[in-house]
Design a protein around this ligand. Structure first.
Ligand SMILES: [Cu+2]
Length: 155
């Protein structure tokens, strides 16, 4: 249920998300849908990283992103948080104290966020691509954003 609610939150700019509309995809069939699979990997703070440093999507696309946490070690929890360019440090700092929100703080610069994937888990998030431009993505688990980060380009 929590994941469904989170999913709904992420779609607020695009769809009226009610239980009744869950199975109705007619409103999005005309939009380009982009599937992305991102891997979170590494077993320590020194080697953890995403497998891709740059993601590109077309403007207006519906992005369905699957994050696979390939890590096995304790503490290697990963998520995907899309933020406005230049705001990753602000978000990462606030995330440290956002344990109750799965380390995704409330911040205006956050465009989309997946649930937290524990080692071996897979999580998903779907959102509409923001306007053309450069954005950044991070893992907001405390201490991870400095090395788990990448560029998200909307073209
Ligand atoms: Cu991480």
């Amino acid at each position: 249920m929590f994941r469904y609610l989170l999913f709904c939150l992420l779609l607020t700019n695009f769809l009226a998300c009610t239980p009744e509309s869950k199975g109705d995809t007619s409103t999005i069939t005309s939009q380009k849908k982009v599937e992305i699979t991102l891997l979170g990997q590494g077993e320590s703070m020194s080697d953890m990283k995403f497998d891709q440093e740059t993601l590109r999507v077309p403007e207006g696309a519906i992005v369905h992103l699957t994050l696979v946490n390939k890590s096995k070690a304790a503490g290697m929890l990963h998520n995907f948080v899309l933020v406005e360019f230049g705001k990753t440090a602000n978000v990462a700092l606030l995330a440290i104290n956002a344990k109750d929100q799965d380390y995704v703080p409330k911040h205006a610069a956050i465009i989309a966020a997946s649930p937290m994937a524990r080692p071996g888990e897979t999580v998903e998030v779907e959102f509409q691509a923001p306007p053309k431009g450069n954005y950044q993505f991070i893992c907001s688990y405390p201490g991870h954003a400095m090395s788990m980060r990448g560029l998200f380009i909307v073209e």
